[in-house]
Design a protein around this ligand. Structure first.
Ligand SMILES: Cc1cc2nc3c(=O)[nH]c(=O)nc-3n(C[C@H](O)[C@H](O)[C@H](O)COP(=O)(O)OP(=O)(O)OC[C@H]3O[C@@H](n4cnc5c(N)ncnc54)[C@H](O)[C@@H]3O)c2cc1C
Length: 300
């Protein structure tokens, strides 16, 4: 970790919120459901699909986990009521996985039934490795209720190729991303090249299994490599979409992908806990400090 990143990471929690806001604002779609809905509508009007997430994780009481579950159910109603092209992404520890597997299972059961009521989709986000097995267990439970549920596969984990082989029976939908947490070299690739190579292998394995993938990356070289393969092997556009985080500058790439007929889904996070969440993310992965600083000055 560079000295600069570590200074920012350790001082951010004691800096006033007004100082951090200009850096965090581009990546957060506001504090309220109304804020998020207006951003999602604007994205839909530009041709993007969306997935929405309430910022937060690691809740410690059942009351809070159930309250968040109720907010997500309300979001499903709102998405249907306003005919938005949007599904929902949920972190398991935000609805109770840190409390118990049973608590998270119960809340995901409620959420799956709500998604089913509206014919919408539920994405279960992937957190750090202590939660991987339990997250797949929750996923498999949800699939017994409703088919339109998906998980996330992280290309930095050595296990991910096996996970696809294990999970991809019947209709399988996975977001492939590099993985945002710091994981040890005993379980995770550390070099950019290995993580990119594995991303591509995972994408190819998903296609071989006729499973649907969301390619979640802003890495332009990796997008080039994906497109080379997609175009050379004439991969059907019904088998994948590109996904990006709200606010990350892509230098015209998204427009070019849309114009070439590719589907793009933008991950839209919102919520009152934006500051606490951003600080936790930075502490977990100080690399984000350099991304945010670079993007901030690039825009100016
Ligand atoms: C839609 C979506 C959903 C995701 N869901 C998960 C998940 O469930 N679990 C999980 O572990 N990870 C998730 N991630 C994060 C992912 O694993 C990576 O950590 C992240 O996308 C950075 O990797 P990259 O592929 O973009 O490539 P990198 O090479 O790391 O980044 C390429 C460029 O993108 C920009 N960039 C990347 N990330 C950020 C950021 N956070 N803020 C500002 N600029 C940034 C920078 O300009 C950087 O140079 C998700 C990512 C996306 C796009």
């Amino acid at each position: 970790m560079s000295l600069f990143n570590s200074i920012i990471t350790s001082t951010l929690p004691i800096l006033p919120k007004w100082f951090a806001k200009p850096f965090a604002r581009p990546y957060v779609a506001g504090k309220t459901e109304d804020d998020a809905v207006s951003h999602i509508r604007a994205l839909n009007e530009k041709g993007f699909s969306a997935t929405v997430d309430i910022l937060g994780e690691h809740v410690l009481t059942k009351e809070e986990a159930r309250n968040i579950t109720a907010q997500y159910c309300h979001l499903y109603d709102r998405i249907a009521g306003e005919s938005l092209d949007c599904n929902i992404s949920i972190k398991p520890t935000h609805v109770g996985l840190d409390i118990s597997l049973a608590e998270a299972m119960g809340n995901f059961t409620t959420l799956t039934k709500k998604a089913q009521e509206h014919g919408n989709f539920l994405r279960i986000d992937m957190e750090n490795s202590p939660f991987t097995n339990q997250t797949f267990e929750i996923y498999q439970h949800c699939k017994t209720i409703y088919n339109n549920v998906g998980v996330v596969i992280q290309s930095y984990l050595h296990r991910s190729l096996d996970d696809i082989h294990h999970l991809a029976n019947g209709k399988f939908n996975a977001r492939i991303c590099k993985g945002i947490y710091r994981e040890s070299e005993s379980i995770a690739y550390q070099s950019r090249e290995e993580i990119q190579d594995n991303f591509l292998s995972l994408a190819k394995t998903m296609v071989a299994q006729k499973a649907y993938s969301g390619y979640a990356t802003h890495d332009q070289d990796l997008i080039d490599r994906l497109l080379d393969w997609i175009e050379t092997d004439k991969i059907s556009k019904d088998l994948f979409e590109f996904q990006v985080l709200y606010g990350v500058p892509m230098e015209g790439r998204l427009q070019a992908l849309l114009e070439a007929g590719y589907k793009i889904r933008v991950y839209v996070p919102y919520g009152p806990d934006w500051f606490e969440y951003s600080v936790r993310r930075l502490k977990e992965n100080p690399k984000i400090v350099s991304y945010v600083m670079r993007n901030f000055f690039r825009k100016r």
